[in-house]
Write a protein that binds this ligand. Structure first.
Ligand code: FMN
Ligand code: ATP
Length: 347
């Protein structure tokens, strides 16, 4: 594999992002990458940051420039779990799992990350209660950066202007940034989720600044794949994660648990329940890893989606299935390294 591809894919799954030792707080956790941040003046950027997309990165970059001007540290303030999991009745459709989302923030050159434990009680705090009970006990913001659409406090009804009113009392400025747009509309996590769920993964990657990936554990499957000519690792996923539309994709599979460093394989991946077989309906990826021999059961693997190849097919015979899947595998063998070179990944 070309070295540039290896680096791009490793970065896409945030394998290079490491959290500092956590400091437990009564309502959350503080991760400090620099000394003297907890309890001191700082600039902060607040949000869920699911996906850490190009809009989020632009907002954090603005906050970082402001922190440098003011000569204070930059603190990213976020929530765990994703508030959608607590306040919405439907699945959060996460672009990043909570631990990865928080870890990913370290790649934005923040000095610290304050993670509020998002409980139903926390969700009920007014903007004033949030600032006075959850924020000021830990950090002393001189400026808070948010996107112009950002809502917080009970039911997300608090707006930047409400925060600014409190700022006059507590001595912080609020900067509400115009949302970064691409192709005529604002970049948002919701827009990216919708693209992924419509199999438009290349458009999603352009907004994320990296390809989308999912992580899961390798489980035992029906064991038939090898007899069809293509053994598959069956990767079981969380129903909370944002699944691409059912179909076949060209991917890279990254095993970050290998002691000698990450291992990466190109793979042909079937997303969803195999249509030609009756199986129980749990979110599943079936991945044929090109060039891999061995046992992956129990490993946590990251599946990085590079190209959408085709929708799922109900095959009438095993021969038909095998011929089609082997062609998909051949496509991956021929194209994947060059595809990765074209894909953007700038975190
Ligand atoms: C790249 C790829 C594409 C696949 N496409 C389809 C498909 O279109 N329809 C289908 O029913 N199964 C499809 N399968 C699933 C196979 O049926 C499945 O991998 C096979 O049954 C082996 O499963 P097992 O390892 O659990 O025994 C695909 C598998 C792979 C690896
Ligand atoms: N396109 C953007 N440009 C600049 N700032 C943004 C952009 N999108 C979101 N933000 C801001 O980044 C912070 C984190 O965003 P957050 O994840 O909470 O919302 P989001 O990306 O709009 O997601 P969703 O679509 O789920 O509402 C917030 O302050 C938000 O207003």
């Amino acid at each position: 594999m070309i070295e540039a591809t290896r680096q791009k894919i490793t970065r896409a799954v945030f394998a290079h992002a490491l959290l500092p030792t956590p400091i437990e707080l009564s309502g959350g956790v503080f991760y400090s990458c620099a000394p003297d941040v907890l309890g001191h003046e700082c600039v902060c950027a607040i949000g869920v940051f699911d996906g850490l997309h190009e809009g989020h990165k632009a907002l954090i970059a603005e906050a970082r420039a402001d922190a440098q001007r003011r000569e204070v540290p930059l603190v990213a303030v976020t929530f765990d779990p994703d508030p959608a999991e607590v306040v919405c009745s439907r699945s959060p459709r996460r672009l990043l799992q909570d631990e990865t989302r928080i870890r990913a923030l370290t790649t934005c050159s923040v000095d610290a990350i304050l993670v509020h434990a998002f409980t139903p009680e926390f969700a009920g705090l007014s903007v004033c209660e949030y600032v006075e009970k959850a924020l000021l006990p830990y950090i002393h913001p001189v400026a808070i950066h948010v996107g112009s659409d950002f809502g917080f406090g009970a039911r997300g009804e608090g707006r930047a202007r409400d925060l600014a009113t409190l700022g006059t009392k507590h001595g912080f400025e609020v900067i509400a940034h115009q949302l970064i747009e691409k192709d005529g509309s604002a970049i948002s996590s919701t827009r990216i989720r919708n693209l992924i769920e419509a199999a438009r993964i290349d458009e999603a990657a352009a907004l994320l600044g990296r390809p989308h990936f999912l992580s899961g554990t390798v489980m035992h499957g029906r064991g038939q794949g090898a007899s069809f000519g293509f053994p598959t690792a069956n990767i079981s996923l969380s129903p909370k994660d944002c699944m691409p539309a059912d179909g076949v994709y060209a991917c890279y599979i990254v095993d970050t648990q290998k002691p000698g460093g990450e291992e990466i394989w190109p793979a042909a991946v079937n997303v969803g329940v195999p249509r030609s077989f009756e199986v129980k309906k749990t979110p599943l990826l079936e991945a044929n890893l090109l060039g891999f021999k061995g046992n992956l059961y129990g490993h946590t693997l990251n599946c990085v989606f590079m190209n959408y190849l085709r929708p799922p097919i109900v095959f009438q015979s095993v021969e038909e299935l095998s011929t089609t899947v082997l062609k998909n595998i051949e496509w991956v063998r021929t194209h994947l390294d060059s595809v990765a070179q074209e894909a953007s990944c700038d975190n």
